[in-house]
Design a protein around this ligand. Structure first.
Ligand code: RP5
Length: 191
């Protein structure tokens, strides 16, 4: 089976307002040509759909589910409770994007993302969810690739190349910093 013929990763989020954060997961999977299926499933607004999705995900043969949610982020944990597929949770900080007033304070959770992080990482014993950092959806994508790489050696090769690219880019920036000096480097980089 090829990893680019049918979706192996399900990306879900609690609201359309999570989509701008969650797209980071899609981007890294796209870069590696891993197909994913993306949906909005609200654990509290569409609870019955949540259990249906979990069943569907098993039937679809997803190998990993990436679930993002903000606030009292129960979506990843609930999906994990309904399914045997490994779930990676993405705690989301920016939310209430659809608030009519759209002021800065209406946009952010009162606890700055810690609410979502703890809701996801502190799943009680028996239904684990792997949690990445707040808004770190790209890391969730990368972690999904690492899980898939156990089955697809081609992906393992690509992940190794990805590490080499990261290594080279740090070396390049370090060389620039060394030649330009810190002050010039900062001025140039953040102008
Ligand atoms: C959570 O509530 C969602 O994951 C989202 O982060 C947050 C707010 O959702 P909206 O009110 O913007 O739809 O369920």
């Amino acid at each position: 089976m090829s990893y680019s013929r049918k979706p192996l990763v399900g990306i879900i989020m609690g609201s359309s307002s999570d989509s701008r954060i969650m797209k980071g997961a899609a981007e890294i999977l796209d870069e590696f040509k891993v197909l994913h299926e993306d949906q909005i499933i609200s654990a509290h607004r569409t609870p019955s759909r949540l259990s249906e999705y979990a069943e569907e995900a098993e039937k679809m043969g997803f190998k990993v589910i990436i679930a993002g949610a903000g606030g009292a982020a129960h979506l990843p944990g609930m999906i994990a409770s309904f399914s045997t597929i490994p779930v990676i949770g993405v705690p989301i900080l920016v939310y209430n994007d659809k608030h009519p007033k759209k002021t800065e304070s209406s946009k952010f959770s009162a606890f700055g993302g810690l609410d979502s992080l703890l809701s996801i990482s502190e799943m009680p014993t028996g239904s684990p969810v792997a949690a990445v950092g707040v808004n770190k959806s790209g890391n969730a994508g990368l972690y999904a690739l690492k899980i898939l790489a156990n089955e697809f050696p081609e992906l393992k090769k690509k992940l190794k190349q990805h590490k080499t690219v990261q290594h080279q880019s740090v070396l390049k920036e370090s060389r620039e910093m060394k030649t330009q000096g810190l002050s010039k480097f900062v001025k140039k980089k953040f102008k």
